[in-house]
Design a protein around this ligand. Structure first.
Ligand SMILES: [Zn+2]
Length: 210
């Protein structure tokens, strides 16, 4: 059963294709999923969860579960995994948290392409609840973040010390990502749930600089 509820459809603002700093939204890649399905990043076997009403955000394919579906709940260390790939060193910023994934290969997120890498724009069906965007440096240190309101998918108030200068009310999740990436120090931004703090998706800079 999900820790989050499904929300009714809403008229979200239309995502604006990025013309600014390049970034990509990334699901958990297939190779990592294979490992997590055997043993998660906390060293445990996956926990089997049978969905009630469905609607749980899934990190393997950036979609939502359906009612009665069988899922795995696993611990995942997004920053540690990212650092192993990019040479970062998050040190004490490393953290492990719960994510829901399909128990078997599900084809991943189609927009991510063959390599499972990434694509622009967080899928609309994953919007709904409040989200926080948390920005990281190339080393993996936190540089600040933005709060995204549920239902409207817009950033309300700046929740950061360092990015206050870029803060504008009423921007969409995609626009808030663009604003964060306009800071050349930002290498990655995580999308997380507000109340539960759960990791939802990683975004990465892809152009090497703003
Ligand atoms: Zn999936």
């Amino acid at each position: 059963m999900s820790s989050e509820t499904t929300t009714a459809p809403h008229d979200f603002p239309r995502p604006v294709p990025s013309a600014g700093p390049g970034y990509e939204v990334r699901p958990i890649v297939p190779e990592t999923l294979r490992e997590l399905r055997l043993r998660d990043d906390a060293g445990r076997a996956p926990r089997v969860v049978i969905e009630g009403d469905g609607g749980t955000p899934l990190r393997c394919c950036l979609s939502r579960s359906v009612a009665g579906e069988r899922l795995f709940l696993v611990s995942y260390a997004p920053l540690r995994r990212w650092a192993a790939e990019t040479g970062g060193d998050p040190g004490p910023y490393d953290e492990v948290g719960p994510v829901f994934i399909h128990p078997e290969p599900c084809g991943g997120w189609p927009a991510a392409g063959q390599g499972g890498g990434g694509a622009m724009s967080y899928p609309r069906e994953m919007w709904g609840e409040r989200r926080v965007l948390r920005a990281y440096s190339t080393k993996g240190e936190i540089l600040g973040g933005r709060l995204i309101e549920g239902h409207t998918g817009t950033a309300s108030t700046a929740s950061t010390e360092e990015n206050d200068g870029n803060a504008k009310a009423g921007v969409s999740l995609d626009e808030a990502l663009e604003q964060l990436y306009s800071d050349p120090r930002v290498a990655a931004v995580h999308i997380r749930a507000v109340e539960y703090g759960c990791f939802h998706a990683e975004t990465r800079r892809v152009d090497g600089g703003a």
